[in-house]
Design a protein around this ligand. Sequence first.
Ligand SMILES: [Zn+2]
Length: 422
Amino acid sequence: MNYILPNVNVFVQGKFVNSNIFIMDGLISKISTTKPSYSSDMIFFDMEGCFVFPGFIDVHVHLREPGFFYKETIEAGTKAAAHGGYTAVCTMPNLSPTPDSRENLALQLEIIKKNACIHVHPYGTISVGENGEEFAAYDEIAEDVCGFSDDGKGVQNDDFMRSAMKKISKYGKIIAAHCEDNTLLHGGYIHDGEYAALHGHKGICSASEWKQIERDLALVKETGCKYHVCHVSTKESVALIRKAKADGIDVTCETGPHYLVMNDHMLQEDGRFKMNPPIRSEADRLALIEGIKDGTIDMIATDHAPHSAEEKSKGLAGSMMGVVGLETAFPVLYTELVQTKIITLEKLIELLHTNPRERFGIGTPLEVGQPADFTVFDLNKRYTINPEEFLSMGRSTPFAGKEVAACCELTLCGGNIAYQRR
Ligand SMILES: [Zn+2]
């Protein structure tokens, strides 16, 4: 199918140009500023004045299949991603079975092939069943995975992590590490700060995150492994990664939208405010913003982690860890960081597309001859986030009821319509 979008603001080589964009046979065939000529075989999208971004890339999502289809499916999760402007996601391996062998990974690849409406790149596990003790069958799965992770759990044993880094570097693959030292958790479930103290909750200290990042950075220096830190949430983590980068260590990192726009004073007695790592203090939030600005933090990933309504109904203490994020990330970040002039729109596109593309080698730029993987947003449309309108099966988000700007109008993946607003 051939399409044309006239008079839209297209992100071309780092800046926005008012242009017409043409799609033919799944590829971007022309981006031009001259008056377009139409032919009868073209479908015309009337989205004048909207912004066309390269498809966003989320390197950290949980699509729950195989194993937990009552929380989310690859079909619903990729539809939700397209609704959020994403055309590529990397899926975390805390599944059943875990993708630690060719046989187990094949189950997931089959569902992706059948049901995904955008590109889905699975991670393989670092250890069998994420047990932190036996190495996954790297040689069997390295070719088909975007990297290795035991997300949901930190790798506790130093020697095991060192050996895993040595083995995985041989395949040129990245380790995306969920950093969490179990000996420092003490049953905590929200940030160990003022809110927890005031309301009698058990806190998760910042050291449980940054201590393991500190250990891993030393191991990366020793082994030369390509390394990425998942969901950075503390000021100490930002400082450690900043220093490691200055020392030439091969490290990148991500943080999530909720860590950038919320602090623990904004928590409510509701499971939709519970995720791991937890929403931290204002000082941590400001350090993350600084990390975004100076390039210490390379990308924003949602850690989209759907659960059933029942699993999220047990308050802060009893609910499961994780919130959904694919359908709210861009509107929330645009409203809270770009409209407030904390960062530019161009910078936000770097964080959501360019940097994850370059680091993980997935996705394609918005250029003539490249696949038509892009998304169109109306930046003037304001609305209130209503989880009942999500395409994800998960509904639990701290952003419910929040008024935002930026409404997704259309997402194309490979020239196919992955999302179109009705
Ligand atoms: Zn994690």
